[in-house]
Design a protein around this ligand. Structure first.
Ligand code: ZN
Length: 287
């Protein structure tokens, strides 16, 4: 049994946009130009043993937020496998009520922000009310870190100190840090070691190490830090595919993970137990 703790099933218009983007930025990507539907994504994941999917959406503009959260809510009704997460935009008015609606009415498990794509900084003052409300509700937030090369046109940065500042300020809010600031994995390891409200999401790291090595880069140090983190902290680490926006096809992403041959305990923690624990506290798997 697997929980894919990071996927992006989006409204069809956005999925179409994603295929175009992939084709333009990564023409050799196995999914470049391939068209996706929500049914196909769920099918490809379930073929790999995925039973539950944390589904992340994020609005590019404030006006998109309401429809996007409703889309994810409806997706959770359509597919038993989907655990929806909410999102918002820095320019939204009434962020507390957006947070309330997502958690209290929609029963979402938490929130996602993708500041590089959304075009704002995660520590923007205008977001603080939202974080405060999330903290009061004891929920989760997943904020993108690392992989700067993927976002050459970004206007903002997501720095270690910015994220650490939020983690300290909102110590009752559980942070899930996807990609562990790749390739600066030691930054994520430091946060795991020093703050109990930090979890990391290893999405894309296994495949990125493999692909970087295939491209002639030395990733021995990153392998070492990753294994060190896994050995010590697998109870606070999850794995996801990022499908259909990940490093490869869903099948290859899983085979890349398995190629690291981590022991059974670590594997169970990453593929199921940690994610399961996180959402048992936040709405559970049913409903
Ligand atoms: Zn993602």
């Amino acid at each position: 049994m697997i929980i894919d703790a990071h996927a992006h099933i989006l409204p069809q218009r956005r999925l179409d946009g994603l295929s175009i983007w992939l084709g333009r930025v990564f023409p050799n990507h196995p999914l470049a130009g391939k068209s996706f539907t929500e049914d196909l994504i769920v099918k490809e994941l379930s073929r790999n043993g995925v039973e539950y999917i944390f589904n992340y959406v994020f609005p590019m503009e404030a006006s998109e937020t309401e429809g996007l959260n409703l889309f994810n809510y409806n997706l959770g009704k359509k597919f038993k496998a989907i655990r929806p997460f909410g999102s918002l935009h820095v320019e939204n008015e009434g962020k507390e009520s957006i947070v309330d609606n997502c958690i209290k009415n929609f029963g979402f498990s938490g929130f996602k922000l993708h500041p590089y794509v959304q075009g704002f900084s995660p520590d923007d003052e205008k977001l603080l009310d939202a974080y405060e409300r999330m903290e009061e509700l004891g929920t989760l937030i997943n904020i993108h870190t690392g992989f700067e090369d993927y976002y050459p046109q970004r206007e903002n940065t997501i720095t270690f100190s910015m994220i650490e500042g939020l983690i300290k300020r909102f110590s009752g809010l559980t942070f899930i840090l996807p990609h562990m600031f790749y390739p600066r994995l030691s930054e994520a390891l430091f946060l795991l070691e020093n703050y109990e409200n930090v979890y990391v999401d290893t999405t894309n790291i296994f495949s990125a190490i493999i692909q970087d090595e295939e491209n002639g880069m030395n990733r021995d140090r990153e392998r070492e830090v990753l294994m060190d983190s896994l050995n010590k902290w697998s109870k606070r680490m999850v794995f996801g595919t990022d499908h259909p926006a990940g490093m490869s096809s869903a099948d290859k992403i899983f085979s890349d993970f398995y190629s690291f041959k981590v022991n059974d305990t670590i594997s169970r923690d990453l593929l199921y137990n940690t994610a399961h624990g996180l959402i048992l506290r936040n709405g559970g798997l049913g409903g």
